[in-house]
Design a protein around this ligand. Structure first.
Ligand SMILES: Nc1ncnc2c1ncn2[C@@H]1O[C@H](COP(=O)(O)OP(=O)(O)O)[C@@H](O)[C@H]1O
Ligand SMILES: [Mg+2]
Length: 610
C-alpha cells in the first residue's frame, strides 16, 4: 500500500470516523463529559461582565435605587457589590478553566497513547513491501504526528466548540435582553464579516495539504542525511543535501507566503465590516436612547457584549476548521488500522514442522512489481542437514529466493513447502522462530552487546549466552571492551568493526538455535582477515542445520553439499562442485575460473611488491 501524505480514503466520512475513535474515547468518557459540563459555564460567564454593566450604569451612575419585589437595594450598595461580583465570577471562571484544562489534557493524552500504541502494533507487523513502497518521512508523519493531531485534537476542539457556543449564546442573550433590534443588526453584521472565510476555505485546505507533503519530504531528507552520512561525507554531498533541503524550505516558504497573500486580507476585511457594524449600532443605539427605548446602561452592556462576541465567534470558526483537519488526520490513522498486510497468518495456521524432509521449491514464480518477473520456475529441494549454496550474478534473484522462505514476500505461483507443508499455512511467528538469518549488513539495536545477542532468544541461559559468544569467536573482543558484554553500542552499532558486528549478529543467530539457517552474503563485506574468523563463527552456526548459503567467494561455496547457479531469475545449473566444474563451458566453471584468475593475479602482484 502506497500511503498518500495528505488525505486518506475515509477522511470525509465523519460519522464513520467517530465510530472508529469511539472505543478509545469510551474508557475515559466520564471525565470527558465532566470536562464538557465545565466548559459550558466557562463560556456563559463571559456574558456576566457585560451584563453587570447595565445595572452599574443605570443605577449606580444614574444614582437610582433598585426596587426589587418589596426590597430596596441602594445604589451605594450596588456600587460596592458589582465590582466584587465581577471579580468573583472571573475567579470562578478561572478555577473552572483550570479543572477543564486538566480534564481535557488528561483524557486526550490517554486517547492519544492508546491510539499510538495500537498504531505501532500495526507498524511492527507491516510486511516488507510496505517498507519498500513508503518513504520514512511519510511513515514518521503517519505514525507520530497524525495520531497526535487526531486524538489530542478531538477533545480539545469539541471543548472549544462548547465553550465558544455557550459564550456566544450568553453574549447574544445579553444583547437580546438589552435590545433585540440592535442584536439583530449586530449578529447580521458579524455573519457578513465571517463570509470571506467560507469563500476561500477549500483553497486554504489545498494549500495546507501542500505543506504536509513538503513536511514529509523534509523528514525523508533528514533521515537520508543521517543514514547516509558516510556517503554524504565521502562523495562530498553536503552541498547536494543542503541544496535539497533549501529547495524544500523554499517551497514551504512559498506555500506559506501564498497563504498569507491570499488569506491575509481576510482579517482586515473582517475588522472593517465589523467596524461598519459598530458604527451602525452606535448611530441606531443613540437613536434608541434618545427616543427612550433603551437605557444608557443597556447600551453599554450591549456594546460590550458585541465586542466580546468576537472572541468566541473566532474560536468557533477556527475550531470547526481544525476539526475538519483532524478528521482528515483521523482518516489517515484509521487507514493504517485497516491495512491488512499481504503477509499474515492464514486461518487455523499449523505449527512449524521439524524440518525432517527439508525445504522444497516447486515451479516457483515471483515478482515484486506486477508483471516484472523476478523468479521463474524455481525448483529446489533442500534436504535436512544439507548446505545449499546459491551463486550467480548480482540481481539474479538470490536474495529474493532467501526472502521467500521466512515469508518476507509470498510467492506468486508454484509452491514452497517445508516438510511438504505449504509455508503459507504455517504460523508466521513459529516459522520465523525456526529460521536464523545473517545478512551482509546486520542491524544492531541501541543497547548493550548482551541485549543484542539475547534478541536471538530471550529465554537463553547465561551458559547458552557464553557458548554463543564463544562459538561466534567474540570472547577476545569482549574481553578487551571496558564493560565487556555490557558495553553499550550506539544506535547503529558503528562503534564495532564490520567483522565484529558480523560476529555479534552471528552470536544472535547461534543463540536462536534454529533448524534453518540462511546466510545472504554474510562475509561479502569483509576483508580476508575478518572473513577468516567470521567464517569460523559461521561454521559453528550452520553445524547440523539446513542451510541456504548465498556467497560469492568460492572458498566458502566449495564446501556446500550442492550448488545452484541462478541467472536472471532461473536456475541454470545445479549440482556438487565437482559436477558443475565438469560441465564444459558451464556458468559455474566460468565464475569459478574468473575469481580464481583474479585472486592469482592479486597474489602475483603482491609478490612483485615485496
Ligand atoms: N524490494 C524490491 N522491490 C522491487 N524489486 C526488487 C526488490 N528487491 C529486489 N528487486 C529486484 O529483483 C531482482 C533480484 O534481486 P535480488 O534477489 O536482490 O538479486 P541478488 O540477491 O541475486 O543480487 C533485481 O532485478 C532487483 O532489482
Ligand atoms: Mg542479494
Amino acid at each position: 500500500m502506497k500511503l498518500q501524505a495528505t488525505t486518506a480514503q475515509n477522511s470525509y466520512r465523519y460519522i464513520w470516523l467517530l465510530k472508529r475513535i469511539f472505543p478509545y474515547i469510551k474508557p475515559v468518557m466520564f471525565r470527558i463529559i465532566l470536562g464538557f459540563l465545565i466548559a459550558a459555564p466557562i463560556g456563559l460567564l463571559d456574558g456576566v461582565t457585560a451584563f453587570a454593566l447595565k445595572p452599574y450604569m443605570d443605577y449606580v451612575i444614574g444614582k437610582h435605587d433598585l426596587l426589587f419585589g418589596g426590597f430596596t437595594i441602594s445604589y451605594q450598595m450596588m456600587a460596592f457589590a458589582i465590582p466584587y461580583l465581577i471579580v468573583l465570577f472571573a475567579a470562578g471562571q478561572g478555577i473552572l478553566n483550570y479543572f477543564n484544562e486538566y480534564l481535557t489534557s488528561w483524557t486526550s493524552q490517554k486517547i492519544t497513547i492508546a491510539v499510538k500504541e495500537d498504531l505501532f502494533k500495526r507498524l511492527v507487523y507491516m510486511d516488507s513491501s510496505f517498507y519498500d513502497e513508503n518513504t520514512s518521512g511519510i511513515v514518521i508523519a503517519r505514525f507520530i504526528s497524525d495520531p497526535d493531531l487526531a486524538s489530542r485534537g478531538i477533545i480539545d476542539k469539541i471543548k472549544d466548540i462548547i465553550t465558544s457556543v455557550c459564550g456566544a449564546l450568553g453574549l447574544i442573550a445579553v444583547m437580546l435582553y438589552s435590545s433585540w433590534r440592535l442584536a439583530l443588526i449586530g449578529v447580521l453584521v458579524l455573519g457578513v464579516a465571517f463570509l470571506p472565510v467560507a469563500l476561500i476555505r477549500n483553497w486554504i485546505k489545498k494549500t495546507s495539504n501542500k505543506n504536509i507533503v513538503i513536511g514529509g519530504k523534509i523528514t525523508t531528507n533528514l533521515n537520508e542525511t543521517y543514514n547516509g552520512n558516510k556517503i554524504v561525507s565521502s562523495y562530498n554531498l553536503q552541498d547536494r543535501q543542503l541544496g535539497i533541503f533549501k529547495e524544500e524550505l523554499k517551497q514551504s516558504f512559498d506555500v506559506n507566503i501564498a497563504l498569507v497573500k491570499r488569506a491575509g486580507w481576510m482579517t482586515p476585511i473582517m475588522y472593517t465590516i465589523a467596524s461598519v457594524g459598530i458604527a451602525i449600532v452606535l448611530a441606531y443605539g443613540t437613536n434608541l436612547i434618545y427616543t427612550g427605548k433603551m437605557t444608557a446602561g443597556g447600551f453599554a452592556s450591549f456594546v460590550t457584549s458585541l465586542l466580546l462576541l468576537y472572541k468566541p465567534t473566532k474560536t468557533l470558526g477556527r475550531a470547526l476548521q481544525q476539526l475538519q483537519d483532524l478528521f482528515v488526520a483521523m482518516g489517515r490513522v484509521f487507514e493504517l488500522f485497516d491495512y491488512k498486510p499481504e503477509i499474515s497468518n492464514c486461518e487455523n495456521p499449523v505449527k512449524m514442522p521439524p524440518v525432517n524432509n527439508g525445504i522444497k521449491f516447486e515451479h516457483v514464480d515471483f515478482e515484486y512489481v506486477k508483471d516484472v518477473p523476478v523468479l521463474n520456475d524455481i525448483n529446489l529441494d533442500i534436504k535436512k542437514g544439507e548446505t545449499l549454496a546459491i551463486v550467480g550474478n548480482s540481481g539474479g534473484g538470490k536474495s529474493t529466493i532467501a526472502n521467500l522462505i521466512p515469508r518476507f514476500y509470498d510467492i506468486k505461483s508454484g509452491s514452497l513447502k517445508i516438510d511438504d507443508i505449504d509455508i503459507r499455512t504455517i504460523d508466521i511467528t513459529d516459522l520465523r522462530n525456526n529460521i536464523a538469518m545473517v545478512f551482509q549488513d546486520n542491524f544492531l539495536f541501541s543497547g548493550t552487546i548482551r541485549e543484542n545477542i539475547m534478541l536471538g532468544n530471550k529465554n537463553a541461559t547465561e551458559e547458552e549466552l557464553q557458548t554463543a559468544i564463544h562459538s561466534a569467536h567474540l570472547d577476545e573482543m569482549i574481553a578487551e571492551l571496558p564493560n565487556g558484554i555490557d558495553t553499550t553500542l550506539t544506535e547503529r552499532g558503528v562503534t564495532l568493526s564490520g567483522g565484529q558486528r558480523q560476529r555479534v549478529a552471528i552470536a544472535r543467530a547461534i543463540i536462536k538455535n534454529a533448524p534453518i539457517v540462511i546466510l545472504d552474503e554474510a562475509t561479502s563485506a569483509l576483508d580476508n582477515e575478518s572473513e577468516a574468523i567470521v567464517q569460523l563463527a559461521l561454521d559453528n552456526l550452520i553445524k547440523d542445520k539446513t542451510v541456504i548459503l548465498i556467497a560469492h567467494r568460492f572458498t566458502t561455496i566449495k564446501n556446500a553439499n550442492r550448488i545452484a547457479v541462478i541467472n536472471e531469475g532461473k536456475i541454470v545449473e545445479l549440482g556438487t562442485h565437482e559436477e558443475l566444474m565438469n560441465i564444459p563451458e558451464g556458468e559455474y566453471k566460468h565464475l569459478y575460473e574468473m575469481q580464481f584468475r583474479e585472486s592469482n593475479e592479486n597474489n602475483t602482484e603482491e609478490g612483485k611488491n615485496e
